[in-house]
Design a binder for this molecule. Structure first.
Ligand code: GLN
Length: 618
């Protein structure tokens, strides 16, 4: 567990908050469980745990106390995991009771406790935990808390024995539940397991982490261990929101706006779903049985940091990071000038949308609208997930439905950079029954690869690719503005070579003695490893030149160049180029200029990329 940064405004706020209420002595320490009366009333700790596992601590954050009623929502979650919500709802309701925590409030007809946060509902819930014996039951409950807290948990014997000696009212509740067949086995054993569950020792930091685990969809943010099935997290948080603070639940949700649970030992746990968990400990309780200082602290935290659930940070418009067409920005393929011109004119039919942040209904809906609003006859839509941090089921389904409707209109759709979000592929595969469609959607890992492919398809459709005839040097970048005679002379200097697919044409680090023209096929540029591992940084097609930088600076090759399919090249030696300076100075100058133009084009591509990016950024 990380400790707080010195100078952090968050830490300072917590320290100041603790100092502000340090002398607040409102309320009384609970005495009905005799052992609880021994608590030092001055103890006071505040902890915040984030959903990325950072814990801020102020005051007595590591002092142990018993969890008491804060165990109830967690055991309810375990019961849901064991049996599913449908069955558990038949045993215990989810309506606030408006009664004290130990009230014997059972439904008049069914005998069902009104909710799992009052003792009657909690005892009924503990009775649902699947186990052979009372020991096994509490064993499972302890294991569950260890998944949430990430550390070994123990029961405070003294508090357990003290409650066991005096807990007649809870025993009476157990027997009533047995009478109504809500509990089906020995109620004494169930109530005993309940007493032990309430006597589990926790710290304020544990509470914050328990809360952060719920906030993190049931995944402990420090250990990565799943503590509860994801689908039951919302059930647990719902009962905390409506019933967690006993008959102050309405006032609490109104003022603080977070699902929460308090316990008679003085702990309060609050959860801001998706964001953080809060643990506060202070033993003096108010008239409703909630920790008096914890209530004030949570209310102030909620106000200061604007944490109220019903005032969520607005994020819908931030889900589109960048959108452009192939007329504005191209793949890393260096293409012949005529192809570049063609893409500038017709590239508006290829759309790239880079998404970001959390994709849920409200953040995906603008993406769907944006894509459908794109005018013209789209050839392709590439949806880039690189900056998406999380995505839920509905967002996946919306994007797949969008892809399908576009595909029906003949538009190619690719989902790229989904690697970090392995859930996307799994969810898409679960949603789409046709495996072929799934494969097609994920054919390109990178947006660059997908964009390159779409550009090829577009150029092919426009018959642009056949314009360059093999070995006719007229249309090459390097021969621009050369006369027929000059081209003829230049042609005598070239050495033609054929390369099999996969052949390395130049290697990084080797001495550069020439540049070469691509006369057939495509070459890939690899930086530091194979293409499959994502090291392909650029590519070149017919009419372009590779390796011309060495003509200017004489430096060794900076990357590997590999033939992708059958390739033919024509090499031009630096030595021959130098000789031209004496024999044909005009030709030499023209070639030098064309090399400079080729470099300028590459630089221009970089600035184009930057300008697309900054235009979107505003
Ligand atoms: N063990 C306590 C009881 O059942 C828990 C009550 C509470 O924390 N509110 O009385």
């Amino acid at each position: 567990m990380a400790s707080a940064h010195l100078g952090s405004p968050i830490q300072s706020f917590l320290d100041a908050l603790r100092a502000k209420y340090a002398d607040d002595r409102e309320g009384e320490v609970a005495t009905y469980i005799p052992e609880l009366a021994k608590a030092d009333p001055e103890l006071f700790g505040i902890c915040i745990a984030t959903t990325d596992g950072y814990v801020y601590e102020a005051g007595d954050s590591r002092h142990e106390f018993t969890i008491q009623s804060i165990s109830k929502p967690f055991v309810y979650g375990l019961a849901l995991d064991d049996h599913g919500a449908e069955l558990i709802l038949k045993k215990v309701g989810v309506e606030p009771s408006g009664d004290a925590f130990n009230a014997i409030s059972l439904h008049k007809v069914t005998g069902c406790p009104l909710n799992p946060m009052i003792n009657a509902g909690a005892i009924a819930t503990t009775g649902q935990i699947v186990a052979e014996s009372s020991d096994a039951r509490i064993g499972r409950i302890l294991e569950m808390f260890e998944r949430y807290s990430g550390r070994p948990m123990r029961i405070d014997r003294d508090v357990y024995e003290s409650e066991s000696r005096t807990g007649h009212r809870n025993r009476a509740i157990g027997h009533l539940l047995r009478n109504f067949d809500i509990l089906v086995d020995d109620p004494t054993a169930t109530v005993d397991a309940y007493f032990r569950q309430c006597a589990i020792s926790v710290t304020c930091a544990d509470l914050a982490l328990l809360g952060a685990t719920l906030a993190n969809q049931g995944l402990n943010p420090v250990t990565g261990v799943r503590a509860i099935k994801e689908q039951h997290v919302e059930n647990v948080l719902s009962v905390m929101a409506s019933c967690g603070m006993y008959d102050f639940s309405g006032g609490w949700i109104y003022n603080v706006g977070m699902p929460a649970k308090s316990g008679v030992a003085g702990g309060v746990l609050a959860v801001l779903p998706g964001q953080l968990g809060i643990g506060v400990f202070s033993p003096r309780l108010d008239a409703q049985g909630n920790s008096a200082r914890a209530l004030k602290v949570c209310e102030e935290l909620s106000k200061a940091w604007e944490l109220h659930q019903f005032n969520p940070p607005y994020c819908a418009q931030t889900s589109r990071r960048l959108a452009y067409t192939a007329a504005q920005r191209n793949s890393s393929r260096t293409r012949h000038p005529s192809h570049r011109a063609c893409l500038r004119e017709h590239g508006t039919r290829i759309h790239v949308v880079e998404m970001q942040s959390n994709l849920a209904f409200s953040t995906t809906e603008p993406i769907v609208r944006d894509v459908l609003d794109r005018v013209g006859r789209p050839l392709a839509v590439i949806l880039d997930f690189h900056h998406v941090t999380a995505i839920n089921g509905v967002a996946v389904r919306m994007l797949v439905d969008l892809a399908e409707s576009l595909a029906r209109r003949g538009v190619m759709v690719f989902f790229t950079h989904t690697q970090r979000l392995d859930v996307v592929r799994a969810q898409v595969a679960a949603y789409l029954t046709d495996r072929g469609e799934v494969e097609a959607l994920f054919r390109y890992h990178s947006t660059d690869g997908a964009l390159e492919h779409c550009e090829d398809v577009l150029l092919d459709e426009l018959h642009a690719l056949v314009q360059l005839v093999d070995h006719d040097l007229h249309d090459y970048e390097i021969t621009a503005s050369l006369t027929e005679d000059e081209i003829a002379l230049f042609a005598t200097l070239l050495k033609h070579r054929s390369h099999a697919s996969g052949e390395k044409i130049t290697s990084s680090g080797e001495e550069a003695t020439n540049l070469f023209l691509i006369t057939k096929g495509v070459v890939g540029v690899l930086l530091g490893g194979p293409a499959a591992a994502g090291n392909r940084v650029a590519s070149f097609s017919v009419g372009t030149m590779v390796g011309e930088m060495a003509f200017l600076d004489g430096a060794p090759r900076s990357a590997d160049v590999v033939a992708e399919g059958e390739v033919e090249t024509a090499a031009f030696e630096i030595a021959d180029f130098h000789r031209l300076q004496q024999s044909h100075p005009v030709l030499h100058t023209k070639i030098l200029r064309n090399i400079a133009v080729s470099l300028a084009t590459k630089l221009r591509k970089v600035s184009q990329d930057v300008s697309v990016f900054s235009a979107e950024r505003g």
